[in-house]
Design a protein around this ligand. Structure first.
Ligand code: PLP
Length: 444
């Protein structure tokens, strides 16, 4: 092929062509095998080429592939919503289907604002979010995102919603205990609420564990309880962005379950269809739906492809597959093993500063100096070098931001399909170790 007509993420990068996938592996047209150690963008969580899913897709497409949600509902979309209500904590019983994680968080924001409007509180229309966060690329979702690089180009059009810290104990400059850090984060949120005014704030949004903007930043068990009680005190809804962490990724069905906090609204995507089709959802509690149901009765929003039956059938098959094959449990088990093995590598390594995460969501932060935690200079682009070195070894890892300013540090996320076996984890760690050695030789 002499030229391309496809706009790819980096225009002058030569992308390999993938011909097929099976389980945790992908194969390119040269026959090279890759372990999908990141599940793409933390998405392909049941692995590639699963026939149960392709059968379900075929079966649905033979019935009907598209109906418009304003004209009809379908049994399969109803079933999917019921399934999500069954697996979700608390009274998160209602689903609004969309097509991407960005739409799911943006819809969460809109529903939060509508909730207060239905209650006659029209001024509660701002969101508070955290620096070091990523909630998506659409303008509302990007307004909530504290991902500096992704905001930069559009900054003038965005709202400044990110205003408090995400928990990042590894880099606490004051050497406080975790409890002291958590108290600080809760006070910071409270101060921000008081500054903006509680009557102007609809919701606070957070990822249970920060993905792209932090490299699996993992809070303590107590962090979210303190944050949630501040939200409750000031009448602010709590939105959990589970787009990356949901559906078994962290060793529980939802990331927030680690912290015993139930959100008012939850955004899910990625693993919800494991990448077999675009599908995401905003999951809403009875509490939030109640004034809408007894008020205007119309949730304002929606997209042409919302609740698409083809996507609903695919997602339903994926969720059933996760349950049937005990993949949440496997994520917890193999994730603990993966983290243990990466920690062993970290002990020997001169550049691994921190290993974090839960389940099959493991973050690795790289530093120039383990003692001072000094990050590498950003011009070295270490996270990308790590990604490339692993790519050469046939292992895909996901780059993430990290560092004292959440911008110039280097981290990667290891998030293989939840189906991974112990032997496959060993193979993944072996490839990661070889790549690490090469990078260390190059950098030190
Ligand atoms: N929220 C989180 C936590 C994410 O990690 C992402 C994507 O990486 C999104 C939202 C946006 O999802 P999408 O890329 O499907 O729009």
């Amino acid at each position: 092929m002499t030229r391309t007509y496809l706009i790819k993420p980096v225009l002058d990068h030569k992308y390999s062509f993938i011909t097929h996938g099976e389980g945790i592996y992908l194969y390119d047209e040269q026959g090279k095998q890759y372990i999908d150690g990141s599940s793409g963008a933390v998405t392909a969580s049941i692995g590639h080429g699963v026939q149960e899913i392709t059968d379900a897709m075929k079966e649905q497409s033979e019935k009907v592939s598209f109906v418009y949600r304003s004209q009809f509902s379908t049994e399969v979309a109803e079933q999917l919503a019921k399934k999500i209500s069954q697996i979700s904590p608390g009274d998160l019983n209602w689903s609004f289907f969309v097509n991407s994680g960005s739409e799911a968080t943006e819809m969460a924001m809109k529903i939060a604002i509508q909730y207060w409007q239905e209650k006659g509180m029209n001024t509660k229309n701002k969101i508070i979010s955290r620096w070091m966060s990523y909630h998506g690329m659409t303008m509302g979702a990007l307004s909530m995102s504290g991902h500096i690089q992704r905001r930069e180009r559009f900054e003038l059009m965005l709202e400044n919603y990110p205003s408090v810290s995400a928990p990042y104990y590894y880099r606490d400059v004051n050497y406080r205990t975790i409890e002291e850090c958590d108290d600080y984060y809760a006070q910071e949120l409270e101060k921000e609420i008081l500054r903006v005014g509680k009557d102007h704030i609809a919701a606070f949004i957070a990822e249970p564990m920060v993905g792209a903007a932090g490299g699996a930043l993992t809070p303590s068990n107590g962090y979210f309880q303190k944050i949630k009680s501040v939200c409750d005190e000031y009448n602010i809804l709590f939105i959990a962005d589970e787009v990356m962490t949901g559906l078994g990724r962290t060793g529980k069905m939802f990331g927030m379950e680690h912290f015993d906090v139930t959100p008012d609204i939850m955004a899910i995507g990625k693993g919800m269809s494991a990448g077999y089709t675009p599908m995401a959802a905003t999951v809403v509690s009875e509490k939030v739906m109640e004034p809408i149901r007894s008020g205007s009765k119309v949730v304002m929003g929606g997209h042409t492809f919302s609740a698409n039956p083809q996507s609903a059938a695919t997602s339903l098959a994926v969720l059933n597959y996760i349950e049937k094959h005990h993949l949440v449990e496997n994520s917890a088990r193999q994730g603990a093993y993966l983290k243990e093995k990466i920690n062993e590598l970290a002990e020997e390594s001169e550049i691994i500063g921190d290993v974090r995460g839960k389940g099959l969501f493991v973050g690795v932060e790289f530093v120039e100096d383990k003692l001072t935690k000094k990050s590498f200079e950003s011009r070295l682009n270490v996270a990308n070098k790590i990604v490339e070195a692993n790519f050469e070894q046939g292992l895909l890892v996901y780059p993430a931001n990290a560092g004292a300013d959440g911008l110039t540090g280097d981290a990667v996320i290891l998030s293989p399909p939840l189906t991974i076996t112990m032997e496959e984890v060993d193979e993944l760690v072996k490839r990661f170790g070889v790549a690490l050695e090469k990078i260390e030789q190059e950098l030190l």
